[in-house]
Design a protein around this ligand. Structure first.
Ligand code: SAM
Length: 348
């Protein structure tokens, strides 16, 4: 799959002409990672964020949301639920919250690890190398940091650096995470205002070049309390990629083809844009992971990175039941154990 092939698939008309892409991705998914669908319990740890990303509903300047941070006890309750539900992994995601200190997260990881056999995935944004190293030392297994777009000009625009700092280089951060021994994941949003098909094709090539263990992709969903959601960006004159489920599924399939042994979730953005079929479609276009939400119900709606996020009014039990139902409906099997990335296991 070279750059020109990727462009051809991204630009091919919707409908039957694109089905061979889905079928190839599904066949590669089955060959490399099998029929098991791994379940990760998602815990949205904090919606406090010191960054001001133009796309994200929990950005610093959004005054319209109530901020929260879970206590260690609340997170441990979620970990116990994950064990009860038969999940192998806990994913701790949050804003770049200074309150999620090196020590707090380190102790949390140690507590989870002393009580359970869960794998721990962190998705806490751009942090200092000594924090990443300490968390790895405490037992964290995986780290997710999307590079969002490989177009560095666009990235620096939608993701302003911290005041007085140089632009962020998430590619070199991903290499640091790999060197620390993390199973490393990245990904992009599809349909960012200003994103072209050429940008997206380059993103997909980069997944392969970075030799990622996990890839998370999903359509960009405008949030009205953000500059990108309020239409403050003009995309006139460019071949704008749509932020549709249809385009997202193509990117998911292409990611599977360039990184056959990676773990790839059918992300919440697909389920948000198509409540009925979004998650199942992701699983048919190359995904092998789902992430039912375990965040305590009273906080769910507050982690509003985009509006009407799927599962924001469900209990943890309802999220679990829906995931199992969908897996069964597709004739697939729920994964057992930690569900480490076959690509990572092969490298180590
Ligand atoms: N702060 C961490 C970070 O930046 O990696 C983790 C939390 S951040 C909210 C997780 C992901 O949400 C981002 O990587 C981004 O791709 C996605 N996201 C944020 N706003 C979004 C939007 N409006 N539409 C789709 N995805 C969005």
């Amino acid at each position: 799959m070279n750059y020109q092939d990727i462009i051809r698939w991204l630009k091919c008309p919707p409908g039957p002409e694109v089905y061979p892409l889905r079928d190839r991705a599904d066949q590669i998914r089955q060959q490399y990672v099998g029929d098991a669908v791994h379940l990760r319990g998602l815990v949205e740890l904090s919606n406090i964020c010191s960054r001001n990303c133009l796309y994200c509903g929990i950005r610093r300047d959004n005054q319209a949301i109530t901020r929260y941070r879970l206590t260690a006890d609340e997170v441990l309750d979620c970990a116990r639920k994950a064990v009860d539900f038969g999940f192998g992994t806990l994913v701790l995601q949050g804003g770049e919250d200074p309150g999620l200190s090196k020590d707090f997260i380190g102790e949390l990881i140690s507590l989870i690890k002393s009580e359970t056999n869960l794998a721990v995935t962190l998705s806490l944004g751009e942090r200092k190398v000594d924090e990443w190293a300490a968390w790895r030392e405490a037992g964290a297994d995986r780290y997710l940091l999307r590079f969002e777009t490989s177009n560095s000009q666009l990235f620096n625009y939608i993701h302003p650096p911290r005041d007085g700092h140089a632009p962020c280089d998430r590619i070199s951060m991903l290499k640091t995470l790999q060197s620390l021994g993390y199973e490393t994941g990245s990904g992009v949003m599809i349909g960012i205002p200003g994103q072209t098909y050429e940008d997206l094709a380059r993103d997909i090539e980069l997944f392969g070049e970075l030799s990622l263990d996990m890839i998370g992709v999903g359509p960009f969903i405008p949030h009205p309390q953000t500059p990108l959601g309020a239409g403050q960006v003009s995309d006139a004159g460019i071949d704008q990629v749509p932020g549709s489920v249809e385009m997202g599924l193509r990117v998911l399939a292409l990611a599977r083809i360039v990184c056959p042994g990676a773990n790839i979730p059918s992300t919440t953005a697909f389920a948000t844009l198509d409540r009925q079929a979004g998650r199942e479609m992701g699983l048919c276009w190359g995904a092998n992971v789902v992430m039912p939400n375990l965040t305590p119900l009273q906080y769910r709606k507050l982690y509003e990175i985009y509006p009407s996020k799927a599962a924001s009014t469900e209990t943890a039990e309802e999220s679990r039941d829906a995931a199992f139902r969908q897996i069964e409906h597709l004739g697939r099997t729920p994964g057992s154990g930690r569900g480490d990335s076959p690509h990572h296991l092969q490298q180590t």
